[in-house]
Design a protein around this ligand. Structure first.
Ligand code: SF4
Length: 212
């Protein structure tokens, strides 16, 4: 597989935020989001076998593992990597940009899907079949940079996600582009079926720092 980096840190997002976690960042992405904070994942590539990845993950001694990118589902072996981790007793999270079908990914893995909002310039990228594949443990994330983004997210939440657990639908501000007060006020005014989520790793460490 094409690997960008494997490291141990604190989970900064999702309902698992605040927990120690091993991250397996896969190389390559099919999108070009305006505010992408992991451009390096598109160019930094280290070929690794599934066995070598498993060995490195094992050496980090953490039972929570997130597969991220880039976009992990553009690599055909990603579902197999997830299967192997689950069989070895890991709790596995998959962070995907939402543009690829999650059908081949074991539902025992928590699938965390982005739905890209207009300010990303990729708002037509979501693979809409994924709405029908979500289980109650999967999570949805909207990264919100503007009021237009918020209205876009609200419309999808009300139309497509009203039956999905509220605690697993995240609105996350684009770091440095929108005030927390604004986003919080909009969520509260609308009694939105979603939660505010902050990127804890960017609050703890320098927002530009890698490997955290
Ligand atoms: S999907 Fe993620 S890695 Fe790909 S361009 Fe968007 S933010 Fe960057």
């Amino acid at each position: 597989m094409d690997i960008c980096e494997i490291f141990y840190s604190l989970q900064g997002e999702s309902t698992f935020a605040g927990l120690p976690c091993t991250f397996v960042r896969l190389s390559g992405c099919n999108l070009d989001c305006a505010w992408c904070d992991t451009q390096y994942a598109k160019t930094e590539v280290r070929p690794m076998s599934l066995e070598a990845i498993m060995d490195q993950v094992s050496s980090l001694e953490c039972k929570l593992v997130e597969i991220t990118g880039g976009e992990p589902l553009i690599q055909g072996q990603t579902p197999e990597l997830i299967n192997r981790l689950i069989k070895r007793g890991y709790q596995v999270l998959l962070e995907t940009n939402g543009s690829q079908s999650i059908a081949a990914v074991d539902p025992a893995c928590i699938r965390i899907l982005d739905i890209k909002c207009p300010s990303s310039n990729e708002s037509n990228s979501f693979h809409t079949d994924n709405f029908g594949l979500l289980t109650p443990t999967d999570e949805i994330k909207f990264v919100v940079g503007t009021r237009e983004d918020y209205v876009f997210a609200r419309t999808i939440i009300q139309k497509n996600l009203s039956r999905h657990p509220k605690a697993r639908i995240h609105l996350s501000p684009v770091f440095g582009q929108i005030t927390l007060e604004s986003l919080t006020a909009w969520i509260m005014e609308d009694h939105l079926h979603a939660r505010l989520s902050l990127q804890q790793h960017k609050l703890i460490w320098n927002p530009e720092q890698r490997g955290v």
